[in-house]
Design a binder for this molecule. Sequence first.
Ligand code: PHE
Length: 465
Amino acid sequence: MTADNTTTQASSVHGTWTKRWTFVLAASGSAVGLGNIWKFPYITGENGGSAFVLIYLVCILAIGIPIMIAETLLGRRGRKNPIHTMRDMVTASNASGFWHVIGIMGTLTGILILSYYSVIAGWALAYIPKLAGGEFSGATGALANSIFGGEQGFLSQYGTLIFWHSLFTIVTVYVVAQGIEAGLERAVRFLMPALMILLLILLVYSALEGAFAKGAAFLFTFDISKLSWNSALTALGHAFFTLSIGMCAIMAYGAYMPKQDSITKTITVIAVMDTGIALVAGLVIFPLVFAHGLEPSAGPGLMFISLPLAFGHITGGQLFGALFFTLVAFAAWTSAISLLEPGVAWLIERFGFSRRKAALTLGASAWVLGLGSVFSFNIWQHYKFAGMFTVFDGLDFLTSNIMLPLGGLLIAIFAGWVMKPEMVDDELRMESPWLRSAWWFALRYISPTAVAVVFVLGVYDKFAG
Ligand code: PHE
């Protein structure tokens, strides 16, 4: 770009700017969601804290970022829906048809995740009127606990859960049916910074009023002795989940990315921001947990118990609390769109569905499956597959701990070993030879080995340990 200020150039610069932001906004909207604010804190609590956090951070750096770069470059190279992109990449590399599995499994994984994701996003929606109505004003830990999980509590009211699950699904399907760009841009551009600001306000509150030192120590003392292989697998799976990789969401969005943009820089910024938000959410929640005598291992309800409790004691907490859960629902919504989009794009291109019909078909399938997760928290809570999984637990384990790591493993091997290196280099154009070697090494050697080892030992530990 030169400093030449002719009119033509100004307008072309404007055009590029919008396109460039479309990818950044869509990808950050996809990455930042329930994974950061709801899931990261609760699985950290369940897996004993700091050692788990350490493994998670290592997984993001050594495995997540390299694979996220690979997935984006595949998308930008293919410029189609993931299934067709993979088909074209396979043809261009003269590779075996086996590799089509990346696009197919990824697209299916998106629908499976969406089924329970919208149930939890529904909880966030349901909490907006609860907070606005002052249900938590001056609440104790015991009260917040019983409002959520008590005998007559929120989780037991499956009709209510279904209502909010349906509402969230409808809104997601509606937007995907309309075409996603405009709404998505606005939501991510304004609402995400607002969410970050509110999280920072909560951080200040936690630091002043919570057991901050204890909470921080729980997250960052890095005592590795407590760790099991199953926890390591959960940390690995979550690294994929939180970055939205291993299931082709980022591949689908990579197709929007202008050719001249640096994939490496953009992806690194998104991944660092995503991780930062999760850590801040942890630093907000755990000091509250310890200050109010809550259980760190309370499970999926952790955020829904600890945060309303805090809002119940903050001046203006009804307003802030309602706003906070609104923003969480928006963050979930921009992620849910990316779970649905690959399958919708595929139905349109493969079977000539209208966008509306495609979004409705897949949305309805995810909705039905989601009922299984709704009932996991009430009438079916005692039915357990293999003695350990409710429908929700099973779907979460299957997608986060099995399908995403497998998808990521295959993407790493495909981009690292099967694709022609010239093609990869042409797409990436990394300026620093040092960075290029580091990325290749991480993608070709570290990621596949680490994912394979953690996967095998983790699954073994889960079922035999
Ligand atoms: N990354 C999203 C979150 O953290 C969830 C997600 C996973 C979205 C996979 C798309 C694909 O909430």
